[in-house]
Design a protein around this ligand. Structure first.
Ligand SMILES: [Zn+2]
Length: 300
């Protein structure tokens, strides 16, 4: 299969600040700092223009991309998956933990290096399925307004600009989280697809740091399903799983006790997010864990 190539410019991702934040905050900042609204409005108009221009040229370039067809490539429709039994899930956790404990490798990569490595791995993986390299930016931000709206999330991708923000350090999980957001940047907007493609790309890499991140994400999602999303039960299951110390630390840290603010935002946002996912042809928030692990289990 001959490999062709599509380049999505992602200009907005190279701006020093998230343009979406600039056009939201500029009038407010200007009023607070300068006591005037006019300079703020000018900055707002300029950033909005740059944002829209970037989104438009990405949309134009993306029209040439051929996305992976899940039914054709993997023989499964993500909207209609067979569910795993709890026993199968427990077995899977045992097997994954044994492999991760045996092959553990600490990561020496900075976030910037990691973003470049996983972006190339993802691009190559997608090309191995579709015959086409969809090239995108490897830029990642550490800070954006979306952190206030989604305090419980680990990362976010602005679908229009392709801006990706990673909210905090997650150790062994970080390669998978960045790759998941990069799947959105390459045009896979559905959560189950982003989870599955990120997993398949990393688990087929030659780099043990990438492989273990994929296995860790799969195990973490299995444990979350087995705990039925109960906070204390999840942490008990992590303790019972027999993970080596370095891994157990990250499995605990990825689900910290939510603050009062996070609980309040979650109560408001959860039904909105469920609804938004259903409106876009997804099953709901369960796609992140139940759907993702059911898909991989069936795929084998
Ligand atoms: Zn996502």
């Amino acid at each position: 299969m001959a490999t062709d190539r599509v380049k999505i410019p992602n200009q907005a991702t190279y701006a020093p600040f998230a343009l979406a934040d600039v056009f939201i905050l500029a009038p407010l900042a200007s009023r607070l700092l300068l006591g005037a609204t006019v300079p703020g409005r000018i900055v707002q108009a300029l950033s909005l223009g740059a944002y829209a221009g970037s989104a438009l040229s990405d949309w134009w370039a993306r029209k040439e991309a051929r996305p992976i067809d899940f039914e054709e490539a993997f023989g499964q429709d993500p909207a209609n998956l067979e569910s795993m039994s709890d026993e199968a899930r427990q077995e899977e956790v045992k097997d994954l933990v044994a492999v991760m404990n045996r092959d553990y490798k600490p990561s020496k990569y900075s976030r910037k290096e990691l973003a470049e490595i996983v972006n190339e791995q993802l691009t190559e993986y997608i090309a191995s399925v579709t015959g086409q390299r969809v090239e995108t930016s490897s830029e990642v931000r550490d800070m954006a307004l979306s952190k206030v709206l989604f305090p419980f999330a680990l990362g976010a991708c602005d679908i229009l600009s392709g801006d990706v923000t990673i909210f905090r350090d997650t150790g062994v999980f970080e390669p998978h989280i960045i790759t998941h957001e990069f799947c959105h940047r390459k045009g896979y907007y559905k959560e189950l697809q982003a989870q599955a493609i990120a997993y398949l790309a990393l688990s087929t890499s030659d780099d043990p740091v990438l492989v273990q991140s994929a296995l860790a994400e799969r195990t973490h999602r299995d444990l979350k399903v087995l705990a039925d999303s109960d906070f204390d039960r999840y942490h008990e299951l992590v303790d019972e799983a027999g993970l080596r110390e370095e891994l157990a630390k990250d499995f605990h840290a990825i689900r910290p006790e939510p603050s009062a603010y996070e609980n309040a935002v979650w109560t408001v946002m959860k039904p909105i997010m469920e609804e938004r996912m259903k409106m876009t042809g997804q099953n709901g928030l369960s796609d992140y864990d139940v759907g993702f692990t059911d898909f991989l289990h069936k795929k084998g």
